[in-house]
Design a protein around this ligand. Structure first.
Ligand SMILES: Cc1cc2nc3c(=O)[nH]c(=O)nc-3n(C[C@H](O)[C@H](O)[C@H](O)COP(=O)(O)O)c2cc1C
Length: 156
């Protein structure tokens, strides 16, 4: 099964999980690149506002075509209880090219359901699997079993 992992990460958590999934699944990996500066406190505030308003942003053109993949694994941090703005934009712009999808989120808290629902609605697809990882689990390295469960649920 040809698999692409696409993700956005402002501060590295989602990137770390994305890389581990790509290694385990032997898939291709692609970072979603936003042209908007989201660093520092101003970037944090802007990101929260953009997510709450469900705004779109201007992304750099993606490298890979999701239509070339059987499975697209999409990863986002949670911003203001929503999917991050760059991932919202990626899904909005590409959803017609998706085959099967799976979603993963990283967050400070443990309330992932609303974001997975958002991603499903935006994609027009139900995910074959979902994975939510908390920042503290990433810090402590205690998320391995969650990754294993997620991978088991994929149609490989
Ligand atoms: C603007 C902003 C808003 C956030 N809002 C939430 C939130 O509503 N709920 C939550 O659990 N975590 C929230 N977080 C924490 C991030 O989801 C968490 O730190 C995530 O792992 C960051 O991923 P990254 O390092 O890949 O950017 C927020 C972070 C930012 C920057």
């Amino acid at each position: 099964m040809k698999t692409l992992i696409v993700y956005y990460s402002r501060s590295g958590h989602t990137a770390k999980i994305a890389q581990e999934l790509a290694d385990a699944l032997e898939g291709d990996i692609e970072e979603i690149i936003d042209t908007k500066n989201r660093s520092g406190i101003i970037g944090w505030l802007r990101s929260g506002r953009d997510a709450m308003n469900q705004s779109l942003t201007l992304l750099k053109d993606p490298v890979n075509d999701p239509a070339d993949y059987d499975l697209l694994v999409i990863g986002t941090p949670i911003w203001a209880s929503h999917v991050s703005t760059p991932v919202r934009t990626y899904i909005h712009q590409n959803q017609e090219k998706f085959n099967q999808v799976a979603f993963f989120c990283t967050a400070g808290g443990d309330n992932f359901t609303g974001t997975f629902n958002d991603m499903g609605k935006l994609s027009g697809k139900s995910p074959v699997a979902t994975l939510g990882v908390r920042g503290k689990e990433i810090k402590n390295g205690t998320y391995g079993s969650k990754i294993e469960e997620f991978i088991k649920a994929l149609p490989m």
